[in-house]
Design a protein around this ligand. Sequence first.
Ligand SMILES: [Zn+2]
Length: 185
Amino acid sequence: MPEITTVREHLGWSYANLACAHSALGAGSKKYGRINYIIRSRLYKGLISKTMSMGSTFDDEKIKYQYPKSCCYCGSRDKLHMDHLIPRIKGGEDNADNLVWACRSCNSSKGGRDVLRWLEAKERRPSILLLRRYIKLVFRYCEENGLLNMLLKEVVNQDLPFDIMALPYKIDDLENAQLWVLPND
Ligand SMILES: [Zn+2]
């Protein structure tokens, strides 16, 4: 694992690990192979040197139409609402990038809480594609607020609309990882 000191490194490493998991799962594999680690290391280097970027949320938007409409947290199709991934009350944007489908139960249970901490408390894990969208939103916020080159330890204590330390690095349990939460009925 590289030495992580800045916000850019933290987000880059989280995103590179996600791409690593995505490449394995996308190929139908439940175990990491050499190619997945190569993807991770190239992407991380690219993100740090700014020769690569996380890209827009265009691909993430398409997911809303590729998969059947259901709660992105639990798969329920019951009384779906648009949920702000980064809560509105904390300053999350009111635009399509920050909006996902959530059932009424998840929507009200999550409320204004940090989405990753909320899932953790429910012993649930976010899907890979939901995390991808989320990291992009966090990255964009940090970019717009000049936080990317700051030391991570200086930023953790700031009042951010998300818990930056909740972002995972390596996703170990590929067996139970999901690309996307499918309808549960
Ligand atoms: Zn739900």
